[in-house]
Ligand binder design. Structure first.
Ligand SMILES: NC(=O)c1ccc[n+]([C@@H]2O[C@H](COP(=O)([O-])OP(=O)(O)OC[C@H]3O[C@@H](n4cnc5c(N)ncnc54)[C@H](OP(=O)(O)O)[C@@H]3O)[C@@H](O)[C@H]2O)c1
Length: 299
């Protein structure tokens, strides 16, 4: 059984990886209070003690709006965690010969690619500080010379995570409460059920592969279509869903949402097969199934 050390295991994506793969790998997931990725000595000592085969770094500063308030500040917490933290983890991996899987985002792109979703061949060009710091993180990982896989994911949504509301949970809870929502009608996105991301990562751990992968749903939607599919899958009231244009939505935002915020996972599917990742609608059906199962388990 492979030993996997996880940083960021309490977060939206990391927590699902840890739970879903608990029987497949020997996983240790120290809390940030125990191992702070800004403290290289702590990472070094823990890696030496636990001697994992693979380290997965989910740890990040993910508040995109708060990140924008730190723009160009290399002393700011966003840059420190997303760039310097990634560098620390990668350098420790290099020193101990450990395989690193580093999680990144579609926000490394500028969102202007309108004809087809971003592939691994597309050149990053981030437009907000969160994306810029995540790209620094990717570059530091590459420069460290460790054996690494960078996995870009997009709009993860989870039935399991209560601490932070992702887009699916937000739309669902508002519609269930009978409140109206505004969903963007002219943005293309690839929201991805977090269980698919966790399953895809397990394949990458097993294969011990390296390189760059986009891991996302296999098709794309507008947030408006996404909200309507949620209403359909959960049998909720469509009339509560209103549309809004991206430009109008972005007026309120410090960090602008990307117009084409989408990833193409074909490379992953070519190498690992179809059926691990799903369409957005299939992801929502799984999301509902997981919610229903949790409700049954609580009875
Ligand atoms: N959520 C999204 O929409 C999204 C989209 C695309 C890509 N991603 C990427 O996916 C990855 C996971 O995102 P997520 O949404 O799961 O993140 P999240 O829910 O915000 O969780 C962040 C995790 O990082 C940990 N962390 C923060 N600072 C740390 C530090 N100094 N040392 C050690 N751990 C630290 C947090 O621990 P504490 O809670 O203890 O602080 C938490 O476990 C990130 O790389 C993110 O950039 C996310």
């Amino acid at each position: 059984m492979k030993k996997v050390l996880v940083f960021g295991g309490s977060g939206l994506v990391g927590s699902r990886f840890v739970k879903l793969n608990a029987n497949q790998f020997d996983i240790s997931a120290p809390q940030s209070q125990e191992i702070d990725i800004l403290n290289k000595d702590q990472i070094l000592k823990f890696t030496q003690q636990s001697n994992p085969d693979t380290i997965i770094n989910f740890a990040a500063f993910t508040q995109v709006e708060d990140a924008e308030a730190q723009k160009r500040d290399k002393e700011g917490i966003c840059y420190l965690i997303n760039a310097v933290g990634a560098k620390n983890v990668a350098e420790v991996c290099k020193e101990f010969g450990k395989k690193l899987i580093h999680i990144s985002t579609e926000y490394v792109f500028d969102g202007r690619k309108e004809n087809s979703p971003y592939t691994e061949e597309d050149k990053p060009s981030p437009i907000n500080w969160y994306g810029i710091t995540k790209l620094f993180g990717e570059e530091f990982v590459a420069e460290s010379g460790c054996l690494s896989t960078i996995v870009r994911i997009s709009m993860p949504f989870s039935s399991f995570y209560q601490e932070k509301k992702d887009i699916a949970r937000f739309f669902l809870e508002e519609l269930q409460a009978g409140r109206s929502i505004k969903a963007i009608e002219d943005q293309r996105v690839t929201p991805t059920v977090v269980s698919d991301i966790a399953a895809a990562l397990a394949h990458l751990v097993e294969a011990g592969s390296s390189g760059l992968y986009h891991v996302s749903s296999t098709d794309s939607v507008t947030p408006l279509e996404f909200a309507k599919t949620i209403a359909e899958v959960f049998k909720l009231n469509y009339s509560l869903i209103n549309s809004i244009g991206l430009d109008e939505y972005n007026k309120e935002k410090k960090a602008k949402l990307l117009k084409f915020s989408w990833l193409n996972p074909t490379k992953f599917e070519r190498e690992f097969g179809e059926g691990i990742l799903h369409t957005v609608e299939e992801g929502l059906v799984l999301f509902k199934k997981e919610i229903d199962e949790q409700a049954r388990n609580q009875l």
